[in-house]
Design a protein around this ligand. Sequence first.
Ligand SMILES: [Zn+2]
Length: 233
Amino acid sequence: MLPLFYGDIMWNGKNKALTFSYDDGVEMDRRLVEIFNEYGMRCTFNLNSGIMTPESCWTNEGTVIKRMPPEGLPELYRGHEIAAHCVTHANLTELDDEAVLHELMDDKSALEELFGCRIRGMAYPYGAYDERVLRIVEDCGFRFGRTVNDTHSFAFPERLTAFGATCHHRYGGLEELVDKFISYESDEPAVFCIWGHSYEFTVNDNWELIEQVCKRLSGRDDIFYGTNSEVYL
Ligand SMILES: [Zn+2]
């Protein structure tokens, strides 16, 4: 629902909020968490509870990408948010209702058990969803679901269960958006949400990109740094 009064949306009295959304729970998340922690960034990590094993790996341009086993993950992700990304990273649009329910609800309960907290949101594997899937996501009680339909804007999403981030970190206009967000001054709330996968920084050999973005956006009094739940709910 689009809020009627923008004045209702404020974060600790600030009207600019920055959040991150990173998927798949792979080993490179360790380095990403370190960078986020160094600069005071808060991220929502979307995880697949049924394939948390190094055997769940693939190769991307010569880089072997491994998912992490569950041991130690609560410590690793402390201070950030965990959200669902389906038990087996399945394309939900290709499954029947029962299988969609399993992918969503069993991921939610396994993650709640592992992390000892409530799971409020999810990200769609492959960004795949349709009206049927969306209804099941809502019926399951998820309050937000991230798609891959980037908005390139700071507008508050109209439908949280199928919201688009502002942009993927590889978006060519990212630097311009960072400038725009830093200089943004308006009474209307502005949300800047950046998403991606940590392994892309290794594959593309550009870890300095996320480091620079975090550095530039960090330590500002007029920006609220929050997880997806803290920013959107
Ligand atoms: Zn994914």
